[in-house]
Design a binder for this molecule. Structure first.
Ligand SMILES: Nc1ncnc2c1ncn2[C@@H]1O[C@H](COP(=O)(O)OP(=O)(O)OP(=O)(O)O)[C@@H](O)[C@H]1O
Ligand SMILES: [Mg+2]
Length: 436
């Protein structure tokens, strides 16, 4: 049964031939008791309704019954009854009924099909149907909202994964260079060792000759000559300083690799609690190592670090802030460009600015850049989530972010984070919320 059909009560109507007295009797009948009125129908066409209210007025008046009881009900009916065609949609019916029925409600409404009387609709039933409908709709809206939230955090997650992928590619590249020459040097050291082993072997043979007691001078002499030859060959192929360099370079490469790994560890802070007191200059330095691949060759980096006190923050989140800002700055430049990073502090905040000489942001876009999914980059290149994540992280740290930009000249973002003593509000759960 459709919603509209559920409103229908196929009530036997009264005809114009009915008298007021007859109708008043009918109104007492159990079938009719729950209705506020009775429909008056002539040959299938609704003429109006006669309401309990109206009847009561007649009977309450002096001699009302005697005067009007025998008269036709049509004289006292409301001929402007509310009539709705059942073929209309539920919303339309509901709107029509609620705007046409009088308050306080003393009548119900007539339902027709193609102008033919079908029955009576109860206003209370209509309200119930509409209430159920609203409940269903609000449930649907909240389900849709939950789904939207879920897919949004999924998207944010995949954006994070994408930037992680980009970062990993960069780091792999950074590690690959020192790893390459460390590998070369180790195989060179292996060659050196083979030669040294041969030389030691010759010394062993000499020792065996001497200790054997039966060696003659000529044999020992030949052995000594051979050792001399091997020694000279060795030093001519591997001069002393070259061997020193070999080990020096290898150690340097290994140190470089461990520095990258250390920075990577700092970046993700996998080994530390999520909230920590950190120096923003160091955080930026860590991020720069990771962002090297994005900035390389295209960007001249200028750093003006101030003497800044510690801030209490989630270092991995703050790293993400600077990685996003630096990536945007690098992406905003067509050819070569400059990025200026500055840090400074006042008595409440530590500030860091990332300024680029890129293409700038149009005035009408400045309001939108922090909105999730706002991007001017081609499909597949930008999800438009970078700055919205930045905003969320900074907000959860009780800090703020400002932007100034001029098309064709460049853009400057300023991030402010409260000093350690001021950031006591930034508790763990809020930071977790920003993680999404
Ligand atoms: N430094 C900047 N210079 C010029 N435009 C910028 C800069 N930073 C952000 N924008 C503008 O703001 C938009 C939104 O930046 P956001 O980082 O949120 O998304 P995105 O970079 O487009 O995509 P994603 O970061 O997800 O890869 C960018 O598309 C760009 O138009
Ligand atoms: Mg971005």
């Amino acid at each position: 049964m459709s919603e509209v059909e559920s409103l229908l009560v196929p009530l036997e109507p009264v005809s114009p031939a009915h008298t007021v007295d007859e109708v008043s009797e009918l109104l007492l009948h159990p079938d009719y008791q729950r209705f506020l009125c009775l429909p008056v129908v002539d040959q299938g066409k609704p003429l109006g309704v006669i309401s309990r209210n109206e009847m009561q007025k007649i009977y309450m008046s002096m001699y009302g019954r005697d005067l009007y009881g025998k008269k036709s009900v049509t004289q006292f009916m409301n001929s402007a009854a509310v009539v709705v065609d059942m073929q209309h949609p539920m919303e339309q019916i509901s709107r029509y009924v609620t705007s046409n029925i009088k308050f306080p409600i003393t009548e119900d409404f007539i339902l027709t099909r193609n102008g033919e009387y079908c029955g009576l609709g109860h206003v209370v039933d209509l309200l119930k149907v509409m209430e159920n409908k609203l409940t269903r709709q609000s449930e649907e809206i909240s389900r849709a909202y939950r789904e939207l939230k879920a897919s949004q955090s999924q998207l944010i997650q995949s954006e994070k994964m994408a930037s992680l992928g980009q970062m990993v590619a960069g780091v792999a590249h950074e590690i690959n260079t020192p790893l390459g020459y460390v590998k070369n040097n180790v195989s060179l050291a292996q060659d050196v060792f083979v030669q040294l082993k041969a030389l030691v072997g010759s010394y062993d043979a000499l020792l065996a000759l001497l200790l054997g007691g039966d060696a003659n001078e000529a044999t020992v002499g030949r052995q000594l000559e051979m050792i001399e030859q091997q020694r000279n060959d060795f030093w001519s192929v591997y001069p002393q300083d070259e061997i020193d360099n070999l080990f020096g370079d290898t150690l340097f490469g290994v140190n470089q690799i461990s520095e990258i790994v250390l920075n990577l560890k700092n970046f993700s802070r996998l080994d530390q609690a999520a909230v920590d007191e950190v120096n923003l200059n160091q955080t930026i330095e860590s991020t720069l190592v990771i962002a090297k691949n994005v900035l390389k060759n295209r960007v001249e980096l200028i750093k003006q670090y101030g003497n800044v006190p510690a801030v209490k923050c989630s270092p991995s989140q703050i790293n993400q802030v600077f990685l996003n800002l630096l990536t945007n700055a690098a992406q905003a430049m067509d050819g070569m460009g400059k990025i200026l990073i500055r840090t400074w502090a006042d008595e409440r905040y530590v500030y860091a600015s990332v300024q680029d000489t890129g293409k700038g942001i149009a005035k009408e876009n400045l309001q939108k850049i922090f909105d999730p999914f706002f991007t001017t980059k081609p499909v597949g290149e930008g999800t438009g989530l970078g700055l919205s994540i930045v905003f969320k992280i900074i907000e959860s740290h009780k800090g703020f972010i400002r932007v100034a930009s001029e098309v064709g000249k460049g853009t400057r973002f300023i991030v402010a984070l409260p000093l350690a003593k001021d950031s006591r509000h930034a508790n763990q759960s809020e930071l977790d919320a920003a993680q999404v």
